[in-house]
Design a binder for this molecule. Structure first.
Ligand code: PLP
Length: 362
């Protein structure tokens, strides 16, 4: 109620210099909402993609998105992913509603205020653990009833902004294991704590590597700045592939009853961003491979510009005459000014391309 009143006051306040420090959304240096350039780009692509329509998604959401979500939090080389001991189900962020009712859920004190409502409304007994003094946190973990659910902020704890150190996470994991508690990670800020998606996933990945089954509620509101698109994913790591199949089907049932069908737009944005990252990484790799092969062939000249240039294109520095020879003799096509699209190179043709360049510059 107090929060609603203060929001009303904020909107009613006509002072042009008012400062809103209550909002949990990113603002730029001018205090304006910021649409990430990548989101803008993806939106433009979505507008012109002839394969997109407004049909229902599957009940568990856009599979490419939920798989990308799992990869983002668990790591692309996660054993759980390789062994198919994971699943992802698209959510509208209110992920608390999907666990077994009747269990006791421990949330941190203090925490994001909505945790009380989410877990309370879903029929859990909600208790709190003291945060942040490691000694009292360990004490709470040790004295809680065995088999309780502990909601842990994966990174960038809200509201304290204090995360456990890696040593403290190890201690937390050890007690959770000893007490047979269940770790439920709330991950609303991946990338915000350290600037690195991987670093911010450290705790989650540590638990998975230590053999835990876990739930991770992932929100894309903040790290993609798509608050109103309600884009989230519940990623679950199980012990076996069969359990993952079973849990997916249970979560589908719950999704069907609570939201019927998840929204597509935010998932498409995040999914496409994953594609963008994949593309960017592949192009960088092809730049490196091109230079590696040219070095290997002892091709005359300095080719370091190929790796220092960024984006999709590269100016090779080849002359019009050389471009012509490459085309006629090697069937390699580029613009007359020697510009190549790095995206046209792949593991199978990069050596051939380097050999062609090597031939014409000698
Ligand atoms: N979890 C925590 C700790 C948060 O701070 C927030 C948002 O402030 C959320 C979850 C959920 O955000 P959303 O519902 O926009 O995904």
């Amino acid at each position: 109620m107090a929060q609603a009143d203060s929001k009303k006051d904020l909107h009613a306040d006509q002072d042009p210099n008012k400062i809103n420090l209550g909002i949990g959304a990113y603002r730029d240096n001018d205090g304006k909402p910021w649409i990430l350039p990548v989101v803008k780009k993806v939106k433009q692509n979505l507008l012109t993609d002839p394969t997109l329509n407004h049909e229902y998604l599957a009940i568990d959401g856009l599979r490419t998105f939920t798989d990308a979500s799992a990869k983002m939090i668990l790591g692309a080389d996660s054993r759980a992913i390789k062994e198919k001991r994971f699943l992802g189900v698209q959510q509208i962020s209110g992920t608390g509603a999907v666990l077994k009712k009747g269990a006791t859920v421990y949330i941190s004190d203090p925490t994001w205020g909505n945790h009380f409502q989410i877990f309370g409304d879903a029929g859990f007994t909600v208790k709190t653990y003291k945060y942040w003094n490691p000694a009292t946190l360990y004490y709470c973990l040790k004295t809680a009833d065995s088999g309780s659910i502990f909601v842990l902020h994966a990174c960038a704890h809200n509201p304290t902004g204090v995360d456990p150190t890696q040593e403290q996470w190890k201690q937390i994991a050890a007690i959770i294991k000893e007490k047979n508690h269940f770790p439920f990670f709330d991950c609303a800020y991946q990338g915000f704590a350290s600037g690195s998606l991987d670093k911010d996933a450290w705790a989650v990945r540590y638990f998975v590597d230590a053999g835990f089954e876990i739930f991770v509620a992932q929100s894309y509101s903040k790290n993609f700045g798509i608050y109103s698109e309600r884009c989230g994913c519940l990623t679950v790591v199980t012990s076996t592939e069969q359990q993952a199949i079973n849990v997916r089907s249970q979560l589908c049932r719950l999704n069907r009853a609570s939201i019927s069908n998840p929204p597509a737009y935010g998932a498409r944005i995040v999914n496409a961003e994953d594609n963008l990252r994949t593309m960017a990484n592949r192009i960088i790799k092809m730049r490196e491979e091109t230079v590696r092969h040219l070095t290997d062939l002892k091709t005359p000249g300095n080719w370091s510009h190929i790796t220092s240039q960024i984006g999709m294109f590269s100016y090779t520095g080849l002359t019009v005459a050389q471009v012509k020879v490459i085309k006629e003799k090697f069937h390699v096509y580029m613009t007359d000014n020697g510009r190549i699209s790095m995206a046209g190179l792949n593991e199978n043709n990069v050596r051939r391309f380097a050999e062609a360049v090597d031939y014409v510059v000698r």
